[in-house]
Design a protein. Sequence first.
Length: 195
Amino acid sequence: MLSKVWVSFLGISFIFGVLTNRMDVVSAAYIDGANAAIELIVSIVGLMCLWSGIMEIAYQSGLSSYIARGMRPILRLLFGKASKDTQAMELVSANITANMLGVSNAATPIGLQAVSRLYQIAGRKGTPDSVLTLIVLNTASIQIIPTTVAAIRASYGAAEPFDIMPAVWGASLCSVITVLFLARMIRNRFPDSSV
């Protein structure tokens, strides 16, 4: 869907460039946009690699199991029966930790492993509540340290790239509470025999 939106934007800009006889400006904008995208990617790829490696080391070393134990009361509330599976909760807690550190790119592979494990636990096709809960938590964007955003801000010359932290905390708290409340309401309204 998103690719269709971007193709539409490009098509509309091309059409208006032709209609207004300003194709030189449109062509320059295409090139500038592509260059800016590559510069942005190069500026944050090192940070993403670093945090992806740290999250993998945390999982492989067993640190994520300690984190999972600390998060167990909350995970038990959110994931119900699925919270009894140690491997699933280690993956879920590693995913949530990566998101809290603001490195959603590092959280994605771990999140996919967690979803796979949650499907195995459910033992059936369809979408179990535990998977939906994890997706909701990822979408709500729990962040304590907005690493990626700060890296982008720093690459654009921000003097204090982390000065957005209070706003990020407020937005994260509001989004997580709202989304979990709505998910619980929908689950209660449309009960299902899922995990």
